[in-house]
Ligand binder design. Sequence first.
Ligand code: ADP
Length: 476
Amino acid sequence: MKVLFAASEIHPLIKTGGLADVAGALPIALRKKDIDVKLIMPAYRGILEKMAPVKSSINLGNPFGTGDLILLETHLPESHTPIYLVQCQSLFEREAGPYLDQYSHDFGDNDVRFAAFSWVCAMITQHGRLIGWQPDILHLNDWQTGFAAAYLAAWRLDHPPIVTTVHNLRYNGSFPVEQFDAVRLPHDLLSIHGMEFYGRYSSLKAGLVYANAITTVSPTYAKEILTPEYGDGLDGTLRAASYKLSGILNGVDYNEWSPSIDPFIHTHYDLHSLDLKLQNKLALQRENNLPENAQAPVFGVVSRLTEQKGLDLIPAAIEPALKRGAMLILLGSGDKSLEQQYLALQERYPDQVAIRIGYDEAYSHRLQAGVDTLLIPSRFEPCGLTQLYALKYGTLPIVRHTGGLADTVFEGGENANGFVFQHASVEDLQGAIERSLEAFSNATTWRTLQIQAMSQDHSWERVTEQWIQLYQSLLA
Ligand code: ADP
């Protein structure tokens, strides 16, 4: 079975969030099960230098008038996973991130940039002979690739089935209809049953409407997005498409995220040497110029700083614990007013609060290993990966009961591995923090929960079977 897996970010090449982790791991896990998966991603600035030598290069022309689109074939560094890179200097070789400029604003031509990328994905899918490899399935991910489903629909030819995976419905790739002509799609796709979206048009909606199957990254999120509360204006579309919607939980790449082999952390440990986790805590405190203190409960956060993540709730909810000597260590970047709130907290508690604004992969590993508890008070969470990493590191998550957090973190019962609260309120979060402190004060209770957390298996190997079944059902 041949699958073209299209994503706008792939770890370790480029990453802004969980999508990159998934795109960098699921295809590799599927290849181990003999599925012939090839990746495709834009050739952002600096990407080619990270790759193996290019095997082939094809000029596909360009209907968008932005310079030729060149398809390069190579493979991921340190793996044999084939990847196509879509090269187009004027669209992809830019300073700053994949979507945002140096002032953290969306690039003004993100519609054309990702339409062009998606057009190449659709071309390969429709005309595999161009590259001597015809995919049986096109697997799209999020709004950046949704345009591909629109092109295939517009061409009105038989084409391989399309799977669209929603990693985050909030980002719907919607643009003013006045710009629609720029993406070279016929106007009949602008209907309410097509890409029309409240007076705009949405590439993600195209990915949903024209797909043969839609998946999201956890079973609970798959149910939540059918409601107006979580549907972000697409719940009606999704309810109409619910017959082809399912939720498959994300996995973890334990080659990258295991405290027994993690090259970034101070001291390796595992289930049988959990006492050594303390060395990572002390090292993290030292690194942040906090007093070394084994007894102080240390709370951690690794997150994009956005409204989604509920991080505005933490400063007030954690203050009573700080007053009793707890510590808070945060790594994140995003919303400037949230950054300011956390920096202000650090100023008030300089010996207990350490805030690092920025993106730092290595430090995110040291933080996961060093803290006792990870705070994830998300308002919504399609899957969430940081709680899965935390579990593996014996760091107990405190989560809101939503999406993938609800599917993976449990308080009480035989699977207890963390702390869960219901409402996105300071009071509810504070209650969970207090319950965690009570558990932390009893070494035996804490150790039992840690062992339970570390014993859970969220490897990709566990979920690849579900993916293979889904692909097979589309080919049947
Ligand atoms: P989302 O995709 O919504 O951002 P996930 O929990 O699914 O949330 O994935 C987030 C990924 O990004 C994780 O791998 C997490 O470790 C990483 N991450 C988030 N913020 C940072 C940061 N500031 N520095 C390093 N890694 C980060």
